[in-house]
Ligand binder design. Sequence first.
Ligand code: HEC
Ligand code: HEC
Length: 241
Amino acid sequence: MKSVRTVLLLGLAVILSGLMGSVAYAQDPDQGKATYEEQVWQCQRCHGPNGEGLYARPLAGSEKSAQEWLDQVRNGGRAMPAFSAEQVSDQQILDMQAYFSGLTKPANFTPKQPPTAEDPGQNLMLQKRCVACHEEEATTGQGRLISNFIDRGVVPTQEVVVKQLRTPFKNMPSFRPEQVSDDEAALIAEFLAAQVAAQTPPPALPQSGGETSSPMFPLVLLAVGTALALTGLALRRGLAR
Ligand code: HEC
Ligand code: HEC
């Protein structure tokens, strides 16, 4: 008799702790608004500055449950990339859900359609909504993405792009192969590499075959170098006096 009661109590305790695990969070809509507006997690880039919708549907007036929000953000959607727990915490997601489900849905919404481009890699960056965050680079090739590669001296290859898509560093969400395939990543890499090449100054040493003016180049360097060295010497003398 006594042992039955113990088992029952134990069972109750297990059920209770399970329940607490799923409802332990208090949701704070004000905090959710602040989190969204801080823009750290870039939801705004696709869902609009106020959750009114942009490249993706509105979040305002969302009828999805807290659990559905968690699933959506962690796993991504059909066309939405996934965010890790280091990027956006469960609590932040739940707070945002509380905030947006309390707003009214916009009366009408038409998603922003990126234009199409000739270059297949550029076109992919537009159609896969990379442009939501990498706008400048896909439209003109001039942007932080390109200059980051130039600064770091890294050439965008398929490997680099695939690595970033599957295991992104910093704040970029991840894209699954069904969203952006490895082959598509190769096309994107080609486009990015061409942009990097176009903006990287040509190497200082003349290439073979440039007979006319290039032999002058080392002479100019020599002259400048000598002038600098002489100035240096003069300065040192001046200081020593
Ligand atoms: C690159 C664009 C992009 C970014 C960034 C993005 N989303 Fe989405 N999101 C989408 C798209 C597209 C959908 C539409 C459904 C789908 O593809 O799954 C969506 C759908 C959703 C939905 C489901 C809405 C509904 O009612 O069906 C939620 C919730 C959501 N996103 C939350 C977020 C949050 C929170 C963030 C930031 C942490 C975020 N999204 C960042 C593109 C994005
Ligand atoms: C929600 C915003 C967002 C979206 C959508 C997004 N990115 Fe990014 N991406 C970032 C951030 C943030 C970084 C980090 C670098 C930085 O801060 O500039 C980054 C960096 C990168 C890098 C640089 C990696 C390196 O080695 O320097 C590549 C390549 C890249 N993104 C490709 C893509 C591609 C391709 C897509 C579309 C399939 C895409 N990104 C969509 C936010 C985004």
